[in-house]
Design a protein around this ligand. Structure first.
Ligand SMILES: [Zn+2]
Length: 103
């Protein structure tokens, strides 16, 4: 199993690249396996609404989708996937995402 955040980012990347062929059914199934049904459902709704910006980095406590500040306790999100309190986009820590992508 891969980390949920890594799976979400990879899934989002493949979905938004516009190359459907890049995401094989097998890989899609593998990635979705790492995501809770709740996240899958949220992602599905958000991607219809926001497309490429359905999943965005949280920069200095600010959602980079709607540029609204998040509650102070959301500074250290680690590998968690959070939801913006204002627009509902899925938020992640870009430094953690980078570490995950490097492996
Ligand atoms: Zn937002």
């Amino acid at each position: 199993m891969i980390a949920p955040l890594a799976a979400l980012l990879r899934y989002h990347e493949l979905k938004t690249q516009g190359t459907a062929a890049a995401l094989t059914r097998r890989e899609e199934a593998r990635l979705l396996q790492s995501l809770t049904l709740d996240i899958q459902r949220r992602y599905s709704n958000l991607s219809k609404r926001f497309e490429a910006s359905a999943v965005v980095p949280l920069e200095r406590g600010i959602c980079t989708g709607c540029y609204m500040r998040q509650p102070a306790d959301l500074k250290e999100i680690g590998e968690d996937i959070h939801e913006c309190q204002h627009c509902g986009r899925l938020l992640y820590d870009p430094d953690v995402a980078f570490e995950l992508s490097v492996g």
